[in-house]
Design a protein around this ligand. Structure first.
Ligand code: IPM
Ligand code: MG
Length: 370
């Protein structure tokens, strides 16, 4: 089996704690399933700023580009809130996404049956929920130019950001959504604000055009939904959705919302993928959708499941270990079935465990299924 290089960027806040648990899982697979995953660890985010004066050094960026996959914990925290924009921890993440050209961000919101009552929504609304948000990740208002804060008259200032999308940017992410829908329930909802933004109108037209041009997509049911309505429908009747494709900013918001349908933001993994290069190789980064949670950092109570599920996505999308990925997912289900819960998903009658207990329990279930 070919050797695979994975770069770990634990980052800030709870990042290092949840990454520790992912490392336990990686070493279990290396030892027991003969996967030759070689890991290396580098700094990114606030911790890199403290050490190197920048949230991401060029050297770490190049290493990320060369690796078979990047696993990222989380970046940011109040300590770095007042830094100038280019030094903020979040720039590490955004630079990695942009420079690695990770335009397709897959955020699956799956409600494990064991957690239906952990959600703030009624059980019947979310039981068996399985939706996938495909978020565009390298365009839109996150990266558009011009941007900045500039002085205007009367001592006032003006903040500027630009929302742009091109045909190519829209169609390549829509293609990812359609291709994934073909392997799922064959329903795509494209969310935009075509009623107020030209870039939104273009989004809608290009998604429709790609659909109309491809016979293979005929079996898919495509609908367009205004993003505000989509936010409402997600809590009203989330099971109407299969794949939601949307832009960078709406995808950010809709995926946080979708996370809560699964019981906790601590359960939602993500994969960010590039196009294939000439050699058929893709670049990729895997990270939980949640942030660095500075309020609970260092307490050993964070939920490592989104991080571990992100590694399961890496096994599937970057390393071609589908069976191993399923094995890991089923180990997580078994642990939840046993009633083990970190604080964020804790309920009466369940066993409250620490971050590292949760990681150990998942490893124990892998052992059982060996
Ligand atoms: C996410 C996060 C990031 C984003 C932040 C940390 C820059 O919220 O991955 O959803 O806005 O994309
Ligand atoms: Mg977000």
């Amino acid at each position: 089996m070919a050797k695979k290089d994975i770069l770990l960027l634990a980052g800030d806040g709870i990042g290092p704690e949840i990454m520790e648990e992912a490392k336990k899982i990686i070493s279990w697979f290396n030892k027991n399933k003969k996967l030759e995953i070689e890991i290396s660890e580098e700094l990114a985010g606030g911790i890199s700023y403290d050490e190197n004066g920048t949230p991401l050094t060029d050297q770490v960026l190049y290493k990320a580009m060369d690796s078979d996959a990047v696993l990222l914990g989380a970046v940011g925290g109040p300590k770095w809130d007042n830094l100038e924009f280019s030094k903020k921890p979040e720039r590490a993440l955004l630079r990695l996404r942009k420079e690695m050209r990770l335009f397709a961000n897959l955020r699956p919101a799956i409600c494990f049956s064991e957690l239906v009552s952990a959600s703030s929504l009624k059980a019947e609304i979310i039981s068996d929920l399985d939706i996938l948000i495909v978020r565009e990740l390298t365009g839109g208002i996150y990266f558009g130019e011009p941007r900045g804060i500039e002085p205007i008259e009367n001592g006032e200032r003006k903040g500027v950001n630009t929302h742009t999308y091109t045909t190519k940017e829209i169609k390549r992410v829509a293609k990812v959504a359609f291709d994934l829908a073909l392997k799922r329930n064959k329903k795509v909802t494209s969310a935009d604000k075509s009623n107020v933004m030209e870039a939104g109108q273009l989004w809608k037209e290009e998604v429709q055009a790609l659909y109309d041009e491809n016979k293979a997509y005929k079996e898919i049911e495509l609908s367009h939904m205004l993003a505000d309505n989509c936010a409402m429908q997600l809590v009203r009747n989330p099971k109407q959705f299969d794949v939601i494709v949307t832009d960078n900013l709406f995808g950010d918001m809709l995926s946080d919302e979708a996370a809560m349908l699964t019981g906790s933001l601590g359960m939602l993994p993500s994969a960010s993928l590039s196009e294939k290069d000439k050699n058929g190789r893709i670049r990729s980064m895997y990270e939980p959708c949640h942030g660095s949670a500075p309020d609970i950092a260092g307490k050993g109570i964070a939920n490592p499941i989104a991080m571990i599920l992100s590694f399961a996505m890496a096994l599937k999308y970057s390393l071609n270990f589908d069976k191993e990925s399923e094995l890991l997912e089923s180990a997580i289900k078994l642990v939840l079935k046993d009633g083990l819960r970190t604080a964020d998903i804790m309920e009466d009658g369940k066993k409250n465990v620490s971050t590292s207990d949760m990681g150990d329990a998942i490893v124990a279930k892998l052992e059982l299924q060996k």
